[in-house]
Design a protein around this ligand. Structure first.
Ligand code: ATP
Ligand code: MG
Length: 456
C-alpha cells in the first residue's frame, strides 16, 4: 500500500527503480533442462526458503547463444551466511566479495548475494585508488543494482528456472540478438573502476562472435596502460581464460587491434615483431585452440613457452655471440627471459618449471646419435618437448626432417632405431675437444643446433 502510494507521489522520475523486462520462455526458448542439476537444486532450495534466486551472468548469455555454459553462477537475496546454512556441502570464500561455493557431486555452483552500487549500511566498503579502480566493494544491494554493476548488458541477465523467465534490466537479450557487446553505464569510468573489463571485452567479443559496441571500444586504446595497476595475478587469471578459451588466436589478434597487448602480453611484443616469431606464436595458439575445442587437455606451461620462445632464442644467440658455449648460454637466456617477465606477469612456478623443461629439451632434440635419443625418449616431458619441436619445424625455424625423424624414431622397432641413428654427429664433448685444440681462434660459436635456421 505505502509503496504504491509513494510510487505515485514520486511519479516514476527519481525514485521509481528501473523495472526489468520479463521475457517469457516462448520468446527466448531457453528451457530449464539447459541448467545444471546443481544450479537447479540451489535455486529450488533457496526459493523454497522464500529467497529469490536466479541463474545469472555468463551461463544465461551462453545458453541464449546456444552454447553449453562452462559453469553456473547463482545470484540471490540471501546473505552468504543464510546460503551457507541451507547447504551442507558449501563454504564461504572470497575476500573482495564473499560468495558461497555449493558443491553437489563433482559440480560447484557459485552463489553470490546481490551486490549494490552504493554504500548503504555502516561497515560497507567501497574503496577506490587514484585512477578510480575499485579496491574493495562489499556492499549488498537489490537485484536491479546487482544487474547495474555487472560489466556488459549481455552478462546482466537473470534466469529463473522455476518460471523459465529471463529478467533483463539492460536490454541484454536485444543486444545479444544484434550480437552486440554493450557496456552498462559510461564505458570509460567502468574501465577505470576495473581495467580487467577491457580484457573481458576482447575475450568475450572474440570468443562469442560479438562486436564491441563503438562506445565501449573507443576508450580502450587510451586506457590500456591502466592494466599495469592491476595485480599481476589477476591479469594472469584473465589472460589464461583468454588463452584457453578455444579462440586464443582470434583473441590475441583482437588484443593487438585494440592496442591492448603491450600491457598484458609484453611477451608478445618482441616475438610478434618479426615474421618467424609471429608465425610460430600464431601456430601455437591455433594448435591450442584445436585441442581445447576437441576437449583435449592443454598445458599453460607449453603455451607460455611458445609465447616466449623467440625471446629466448634472441637472448640465447646474444650470449653465444659473446662466446658462451651453447648450453650454458641457453640456460642464461631462459633465466633472463623469465626474470624480465616476472615483473609484468606473475607466471607461477608450476608453469615456469614446465617452460624450462620444454626449452632445455630443444637442443637435445637436435642430437640424434649414440644413446641420447633413447635417453630423451624416457624423459617424462618428452611429449611436450617433441610437440614444441614440431611447431618449430612447422613455423620454418627448424628443418622439417628433424621433426619427421623423431616421429619415425618413436614408432620404430629396435632394429630400425639403431639404423636411424645419425653417425659421425659431433657430440658436445668432441666439439669442446676440437675447440680446445683450436684454442685462441675467435669466440663466437655457430652451433646451437645443426638444424636451426636464422631468424628472418
Ligand atoms: P566465462 O565464464 O566465459 O569466463 P563470464 O561472463 O561468465 O564468462 P565470469 O568471470 O564467470 O565471466 O563472471 C560471471 C559474471 O560476473 C559475468 O557474466 C558478469 O556479469 C560478472 N562479472 C565478472 N567480472 C566482472 C567485472 N570485472 N566487472 C563487472 N562484472 C563482472
Ligand atoms: Mg562464468
Amino acid at each position: 500500500m505505502i509503496t504504491r502510494f509513494l510510487g505515485k507521489v514520486f511519479s516514476g522520475h527519481l525514485f521509481k527503480p528501473p523495472q526489468p523486462k520479463i521475457i517469457p520462455f516462448s520468446a527466448h526458448g531457453v528451457g530449464r533442462e539447459g541448467i545444471s542439476p546443481c544450479a537447479l537444486r540451489v535455486t529450488q532450495t533457496l526459493q523454497r526458503h522464500e529467497f529469490s534466486a536466479f541463474v545469472v551472468g555468463g551461463a544465461v548469455r551462453d545458453l541464449l547463444l546456444g552454447r553449453r555454459p562452462k559453469d553456473f553462477d547463482v545470484a540471490t537475496d540471501a546473505t552468504p551466511e543464510e546460503v551457507r546454512e541451507l547447504f551442507r556441502r558449501s563454504r564461504v570464500i572470497g575476500r573482495r566479495f564473499r560468495i558461497v561455493h555449493v558443491m553437489c557431486g563433482p559440480e560447484t555452483v557459485e552463489v553470490s548475494t546481490f551486490r549494490g552500487t552504493n554504500p548503504t549500511d555502516e561497515g560497507d566498503e567501497r574503496v577506490a585508488d587514484e585512477h578510480g579502480r575499485i579496491l574493495r566493494d562489499n556492499v549488498f544491494g537489490s537485484q536491479e543494482q546487482d544487474a547495474t554493476r555487472r560489466d556488459f548488458s549481455v552478462n546482466a541477465l537473470f534466469y529463473d528456472p522455476a518460471t523459465q523467465e529471463i529478467w533483463d534490466y539492460h536490454d541484454g537479450v536485444a543486444d545479444l540478438g544484434k550480437r552486440r557487446l554493450r557496456m552498462i553505464g559510461e564505458p570509460e569510468s567502468r574501465y577505470r573502476e576495473d581495467p580487467v573489463r577491457m580484457l573481458r571485452a576482447v575475450r568475450l567479443a572474440a570468443s562469442r562472435g560479438l562486436e564491441i559496441d563503438p562506445r565501449a571500444r573507443k576508450p580502450i586504446r587510451s586506457l590500456a596502460g591502466l592494466l599495469a595497476s592491476v595485480p599481476p595475478a589477476r591479469v594472469l587469471d584473465e589472460l589464461l581464460k583468454l588463452l584457453l578459451s578455444g579462440h586464443a588466436a582470434q583473441c590475441v589478434a583482437q588484443l593487438r587491434r585494440e592496442g591492448l597487448h603491450h600491457g598484458v602480453l609484453p611477451l608478445l611484443d618482441a616475438s610478434m615483431g618479426q615474421p618467424l616469431g609471429e608465425r610460430f606464436v600464431m601456430l601455437g595458439l591455433r594448435n591450442t585452440d584445436e585441442r581445447v575445442l576437441a576437449g583435449k587437455p592443454v598445458s599453460p606451461g607449453f603455451l607460455f613457452a611458445t609465447l616466449l620462445w623467440h625471446e629466448v632464442l634472441a637472448a640465447w644467440k646474444g650470449f653465444e655471440g659473446k662466446g658462451e658455449p651453447p648450453v650454458p648460454a641457453l640456460y642464461r637466456a631462459m633465466d633472463d627471459v623469465l626474470k624480465t617477465q616476472a615483473g609484468k606477469l606473475a607466471i607461477p612456478h608450476r608453469f615456469s618449471a614446465d617452460m624450462r623443461e620444454i626449452w632445455a629439451m630443444q637442443p637435445r632434440l637436435l642430437q640424434r646419435s649414440g644413446k641420447r635419443p633413447y635417453r630423451l625418449l624416457e624423459h617424462p616431458r618428452f611429449r611436450a618437448g617433441y610437440d614444441f619441436l614440431r611447431l618449430r619445424c612447422e613455423s620454418g625455424e627448424v628443418d622439417r626432417s628433424i621433426g619427421e625423424w623423431w616421429e619415425r624414431f618413436q614408432r620404430a622397432g629396435e632394429a630400425e632405431r639403431a639404423q636411424m641413428l645419425v653417425r659421425g654427429e659431433e657430440t658436445g664433448r668432441r666439439r669442446r675437444r676440437r675447440r680446445r685444440r683450436r684454442r685462441g681462434e675467435g669466440g663466437a660459436t655457430q652451433d646451437q643446433g645443426e638444424g636451426m635456421r636464422d631468424e628472418g
